[in-house]
Design a protein around this ligand. Structure first.
Ligand SMILES: [Zn+2]
Length: 458
């Protein structure tokens, strides 16, 4: 093919073309060079390696150019973009179940020699042979159906490209472009929605991020019990994009959650922790709840009719209804002070001693977490046991008590001391950061108002 072109081209130079004769030599030379460049491009198209990065000589003579005595007037030449050789044929195909590489290449009209090469190429083409339904194959062919390359689409817009050379197949992977872009969302919770479902409706924020956000404020807001319609939150965070696809989120810089009209704020400090606007700690001694529960089946009270014993007796804790096996967390740092199995009333029963004279008790457990025994050190939030219905119990639930210096407190209203607020220079740095954060989200708020209809339409 190339040889045929070449001979034709040489003939054009040798025989005196009556059209060319009328023009100055210079123009004729230009035309010859143009012709050679065109032929080189054709050669490139057939075997990109041959003319670009390999020393293998293609069937194109290199002599005629060197015989030109005069400088070449470049602007007269046809432009050849070697990165985008003219006229390759692209065939893009979305893979469906049942496709095979051989069948597809045949249907694209690929030269049989190249089909055989790809089908018998084992090591380099191993991943190409596994066709994944839904992924795309982008096949590049020369005008005479020789295979130049096959691109395989991968997640996040990445392409694995197989370049077909005369004696080898070269595999390259397009790089992933990772970008961190600050984002702001204002989410209003509708009836029946959790913060997570509200955020997902809003879009542009990952479920895991909302979950992290609830954990930041779980000392102040009981997200299982106390989130209401028209509660709202603003979140300023980093979205992480890989090849233009929003794959995950990074840091949560600012979180402002208005719960029943009361604003709870969290601002990220350089130490990776969140603090309130004045630098005081968000983390409190006690978590708001020892588990993810469905409902509170019985509240703290000083006098109540016991469902099994039948007589009126104070209920000195809170009953949380939850499925059997739900993990129970120690609500504060402490040391396990009591592990009792099969107590007649309390069933499997745990107590943990904390600082400031506090003790917490957990009853009716189905079992204890591994390694939990008297004297075990536990941290706030660590799993200590699982919900059950042992002892006097009418169904799976956790009976939870908080005791201070021997007196029972209502766990839902227990005073909760803050821990480790910022002081001194750290506090000054933090307060300056908060000021910047507030300025930033003020700008975002204006944008968000404009962006809202678009977000809603998605
Ligand atoms: Zn109870």
């Amino acid at each position: 093919m190339n040889r045929a072109h070449t001979q034709k081209g040489n003939a054009g130079v040798g025989t005196v073309n009556p059209f060319l004769r009328k023009f100055p030599v210079r123009v004729a030379c230009g035309a010859v060079v143009a012709c050679v460049v065109y032929l080189s491009a054709q050669a490139y198209l057939a075997f990109p390696s041959a003319s670009k990065d390999r020393s293998v000589a293609p069937d194109v003579p290199s002599e005629p150019v060197t015989t030109q005595p005069e400088p070449i007037n470049l602007p007269l030449l046809p432009r050849v973009d070697y990165d985008h050789p003219p006229a390759p044929r692209f065939v893009s195909h979305r893979i469906v179940a049942g496709d095979t590489l051989g069948k597809l290449l045949t249907s694209f009209g690929t030269d049989e020699r190249d089909i055989n090469r790809i089908v018998t190429c084992r090591d380099e083409c191993r991943q190409l042979h596994k066709l994944i339904p839904g992924a795309s194959l982008i096949t590049r062919l020369t005008h005479d159906s020789r295979l130049i390359s096959i691109g395989q689409s991968l997640p996040y817009g990445q392409i694995r490209e197989y370049r077909i050379y005369p004696d080898s197949v070269e595999v390259t992977l397009s790089p992933l472009a990772r970008q961190t872009i600050p984002a702001f969302k204002h989410v209003v919770i509708r009836p029946g929605e959790s913060p997570i479902s509200a955020a997902l409706r809003k879009g542009g924020i990952k479920e895991a991020t909302v979950l992290r956000a609830t954990q930041i404020l779980e000392y102040d807001i009981d997200f299982w019990r106390n989130v209401h319609p028209n509660d709202e939150f603003e979140i300023y965070f980093d979205q992480i994009f890989v090849n233009d696809e929003h794959v995950q989120d990074g840091a949560i810089h600012v979180l402002r959650f208005t719960n029943r009209g009361r604003l709870h704020e969290a601002y990220l400090h350089d130490d990776g922790l969140h603090y309130e606007a004045d630098g005081s700690a968000i983390q409190k001694q006690f978590l708001k709840a020892p588990l993810a529960y469905k409902r509170i089946s019985s509240n703290f009270s000083n006098a109540r009719k016991h469902p099994i014993l039948g007589y009126t007796r104070a209920h000195r804790g809170v009953d949380y209804a939850a499925p059997r096996g739900t993990p129970i967390r120690s609500t504060a740092d402490g040391v396990v002070s009591r592990v009792t199995r099969n107590d007649r009333a309390a069933g499997n029963f745990l107590a943990v001693k904390h600082s400031n004279g506090f003790e917490t008790r957990y009853m009716h457990l189905s079992g204890f977490a591994p390694g939990i025994r008297k004297g075990t050190r536990v941290s706030r939030g660590s799993t200590i046991g699982y919900v059950g219905s042992t002892g006097f119990s009418t169904g799976p639930h956790l009976h939870y008590e908080v005791i201070k210096n021997g007196r029972h407190l209502n766990p839902l209203t227990v005073p909760n001391p803050s821990i480790e607020s910022l002081e001194g220079p750290q506090k000054s740095i933090f307060l300056a950061n908060v000021e910047n954060y507030l300025k930033t989200i003020e700008g975002f708020r204006e944008q968000d108002l404009i962006a809202e209809p678009i977000a809603a339409a998605q």
